[in-house]
Design a protein around this ligand. Sequence first.
Ligand code: ADP
Length: 215
Amino acid sequence: MRILLLGAPGAGKGTVAELLVGRFGIRQISTGDMLRSAVTAGAGLGVSAEGYMKRGELVPDALILGIMEKRLQEEDCKKGFILDGFPRTIGQAESLKKMLDKLGMKINAIVNLEVPEDVILRRLTSRRTCSNPKCQAIFNIFTKPSRKEGICDKCGSPTVQRDDETEEAIKQRLKTYEEKTAPLIEYYKHDPAFVTAPSFKPEPAVDAILARVGR
Ligand code: ADP
């Protein structure tokens, strides 16, 4: 099973991906999580990516394509995967197509998670993320608080507001989404695997995806 999750920041890609992981036993591949781990590790890729991420801009395609090409060839991807946050530009979508053709892989569902903008803004400003780069569990101070305030339920590390969750960076991320990523909807619209799923709540979005892939 191979699924692409598209959607604005805060549309619920991570939450929906987590539910799909439980359902299909396949890997969630989040380019955002991979980049944040690289930033924390202070490695070459992280150093290059950090500034773009803090400003709410996309990191250059060349950086992302390098890591994704390697990631998709790893053993655990043979069973399938959920791509969360990739592709995010038409250029990335075209490169992904080439990578998948080369690997002989087909996508089962291309999912456009749709959420009204006011909901997105509320979600992003109230989101808290586990600071442990290996965990990165997501909470929400209103709708999904951790059992102990400021502490991750899963691993006990402090939960924090991400650097790119200031009001200014959020506005920039939404602008970047409109300019660079929203055109992917037009790009994929006629693909038989394309489905739009309202993502006000994650469960109905997952149901729409399961219906598309015939489960
Ligand atoms: P969100 O979807 O909530 O914006 P992510 O965790 O997916 O959050 O991404 C955080 C940041 O990481 C993005 O704002 C961007 O700077 C960078 N990033 C993630 N995925 C990509 C990608 N495919 N291409 C370019 N930049 C990316």
